[in-house]
Design a protein around this ligand. Sequence first.
Ligand code: SF4
Ligand code: SF4
Length: 152
Amino acid sequence: MTCSLTHSKTVVNPRMARIHISSDALEAMDSPAVCQQCEDHPCMDACPTGAMVIDEQLGIVVVHPEDCTGCRACEAVCPYAAIFFDPEKDTALKCDLCGGTPECVKTCRLHALTFPTAKEAVIAAGTGGAEDCGNGEDCGCGDSGEEGGDDR
Ligand code: SF4
Ligand code: SF4
């Protein structure tokens, strides 16, 4: 609801949201499907019209709905099932991080959603952490600083 209202300014409709919740009754678990902001952006590569572009400020893929034909090529290649479609315009809907401060994260009362900084994400991924790289605490490069590592 927050997502649709934030983007439309007037409409509260889960079908207009860029994050969807699926429920597994057997496991008694709900889980969100939302864009993981892939670095290799297969959705953008699959788009035949150029409706998906990199937002230069955020560094993520965003949709220009005026160029979207609703062909669903992006939906077919998204590994996280994170592309949805506007039920009226039939154009692709994708998380755009609300310009950098996701409203869903702010309104999730149970803090199930997080929006980590680059440094927090590196530490959570267990790839060494920015403190270890020798480039300064806020570097965020994920380099452990060790020499001669395996490059595979
Ligand atoms: S929409 Fe899907 S493929 Fe595109 S960046 Fe997000 S998760 Fe990756
Ligand atoms: S549905 Fe729209 S954004 Fe997705 S691939 Fe087709 S034209 Fe591009």
